[in-house]
Design a protein around this ligand. Sequence first.
Ligand code: HEC
Ligand code: HEC
Length: 338
Amino acid sequence: MDDQEPVPESIGREALTMRIITLFAIAVALSAAVGAVGPRLPLGLDLYRPVPSDNRLTPAKIALGRRLFFDRRLSRDGSLSCAGCHDPKRALTDGRVVAQGIGGAMGNRNTPIIVNRAWGAAFFFDGRAATLEQLALQPVLNPGELGMSPEAVLSLLHARYRPQFRSTFDAEPSLELAARALASYLRTIVDGDSPFDRYAAGDRSALSESAQRGLKLFQGKAGCGQCHAGPNLTDEEFHNTGIAWRTGTLTDEGRFAVTHTAADRGAFKTPTLREISRTAPYMHDGSFSTLAEVIEYYDSGGQKNPALDPKLRPLHLTPVEKRDILGFLGALDGRIQK
Ligand code: HEC
Ligand code: HEC
């Protein structure tokens, strides 16, 4: 049993030291890779930002995507840009019940906040876009949003952006490359460093007593954290919370339009709750104007319907508990970097 050569202590130590040095080098390389493009990710976000291997982040791509995002010439009548609806002054939303496109065209859904989308799994309330590259030009070509034709986009890109495409991609402008640039910019819109993040990082004074009780309720008795989970307060999954049934009939099929599965009828993607106090009105149809109404709705167990998520049930929250949850939601306002 004892015939094994004991490893001399010094070698063991040397190997350990080497391992520590290697780990340290990896950590430095990783943080350099993270920091290489754009500023450091804020507190509370997973430091690994997923980026597809065929569309790596580069400063030039991000800058081009950013210009496109703010360019009103990307709309048919020159009146609206992405930022016209995803307004940086309103936490990247528009304050409207449902979005309004060019010529006053009313959409059917509320404009969502678009932070931390690099970590998203599928996009839009029904998840019909699988990647940000797939999503990026849909608002531009949607007749109810920016209303451009593919030809008009191409001629704008050629007339105004040719040098940028050549220096960024070493190629002539194309719709595909424009989508890559926009997707890259979207991946750099990050939001963290809220009182909740500081609390989670160990600063016990970051949340008031009430907000701390609210956090416990959120993750416990009220069950919110079953769906609003993780650093982005979303499981990136689809749930039927009954909102589309509030009039008694189904007003929006939601996820069903993509999957054609009965269980997905009226299911929507769980939204992030970051900056939630700043992004009223709420839900895919903008049907709640305050967070107090949202909490009342969940407390009631949600609108009954054939596919209501079983996680929703009457909560019997006391008035103080409702106020505590509200206090916690207020602690999700942080800093948006864009
Ligand atoms: C007319 C207002 C409007 C304009 C203009 C607009 N959006 Fe949106 N955006 C919306 C609405 C409404 C949704 C939700 C639509 C849905 O779920 O069906 C949305 C959804 C998104 C999402 C998905 C968020 C998620 O988590 O699923 C992203 C990303 C996005 N928009 C980026 C953009 C970009 C990039 C542009 C410009 C090319 C743009 N938007 C232009 C209103 C707008
Ligand atoms: C079964 C999963 C689930 C549970 C449990 C849940 N939510 Fe949600 N939440 C969602 C989904 C899905 C939506 C989007 C519904 C829609 O737009 O129709 C949503 C929307 C919201 C919104 C509106 C977000 C916005 O930007 O419009 C708020 C606020 C919210 N939930 C807070 C809570 C709170 C607080 C609780 C606990 C009391 C809770 N949620 C429990 C899945 C859930």
